[in-house]
Design a protein around this ligand. Structure first.
Ligand code: SF4
Length: 294
């Protein structure tokens, strides 16, 4: 039998697995590496991976044969932003969970999307804080029981892909661990773009989410997740929309930063400074005084 290239050359064999039986994280790992292989990469040397804290954060280390940064809870996007600014030549990818990215680190998520920071962020949304025992998270569906909502969740969940799209990302999409083909092709599409790209993957956590809603078997939980999602969303159906939520071609943050560098150089030479300043729309004390605030 042909051994899969991605499994042989891009992924470390770590046994026993760090994940519970039936966890969706392994599916996301394999989808990502398959996308990398199909894009023609033979190794991960041009990549750097960043994660925070939580079950999903274990996807990159120990599994990827690559440079990985396992950072503070909620802060992977902040670390990844610094890394991308210092090493713009690297493809910087964040893989982490909903509690990490949307709960503890929600501010970093929306501001990185607003800035259109050149990062690919894959959020494995297991609908709860799995690693710490199954507490309610910002994506837990309404009325669902968790460790901290034993009588049902009364907080409406964030729709992450829509939130990030509204904040300005160049690409935002949602799939589940059931939709592996679509997930692989969306990862490939996202890796070819600049700016902020976000893929939410709704994933099964049989141990801490499924158990508390009475669905302990991973295949049954996957079917439950599949029913919760739809490609053709109708207003008020309470389902999560699958597919590409938004796609734009705004210049990424690094392109805009390069433009500022060019302006600074022109200003330092005295070229076109006045015309840029008038055209920039910047007004205020500095403008009135003719100040060169660059
Ligand atoms: Fe996966 Fe849930 Fe186990 Fe974490 S607690 S490894 S998300 S099944």
């Amino acid at each position: 039998m042909r051994e899969h290239f991605a499994i042989k050359y891009l992924r470390r064999e770590v046994l026993p697995t760090v994940f519970c039986p039936g966890c969706g994280n392994g599916i996301v790992i394999n989808c990502f590496l398959k996308a990398i292989e199909e894009l023609g990469y033979r190794d991960l040397s041009g990549f750097a991976f960043v994660s925070g804290i939580g079950c999903a954060s274990w996807c990159i280390s120990p599994y990827f044969k690559a440079d990985t940064l396992h950072t503070l809870h909620g802060r992977p996007i902040a670390f990844a932003t610094g890394l991308k600014l210092a090493r713009p030549d690297l493809n910087v990818v964040v893989i982490s969970g909903d509690g990490d990215l949307a709960g503890i680190g929600g501010n970093h998520l929306i501001h990185a999307a607003r800035r259109n920071m050149d990062l690919l962020v894959i959020c494995i949304n297991n609908l709860n804080y799995g690693m710490t025992g199954g507490q309610v998270s910002p994506t837990t569906p309404l009325n669902v029981t968790t460790t901290t909502t034993p009588y049902g969740n009364i907080e409406p969940p964030f729709e992450l892909a829509e939130l990030v799209a509204a904040a300005g990302a160049n690409l935002s999409a949602r799939w589940t661990t059931y939709h592996v083909g679509q997930l692989v092709s969306t990862i490939k599409r996202a890796l070819k773009k600049e700016g902020f790209r976000f893929i939410e993957v709704v994933s099964q956590c049989p141990t801490n989410f499924g158990r508390r809603i009475g669905i302990e078997r991973a295949p049954d939980l996957l079917k439950w997740i599949r029913k919760m999602c739809t490609v053709k969303k109708r207003e008020g159906d309470g389902k999560m929309k699958l597919g590409i939520i938004c796609e734009r071609d705004r210049p990424g943050y690094l392109s805009m930063l390069k433009e500022v560098e060019r302006r600074v150089q022109r200003a330092a030479r005295g070229d076109n400074f006045r015309s840029w300043w008038i055209g920039s729309g910047i007004r205020g004390c500095g403008a009135r005084q003719g100040g060169r605030h660059l």
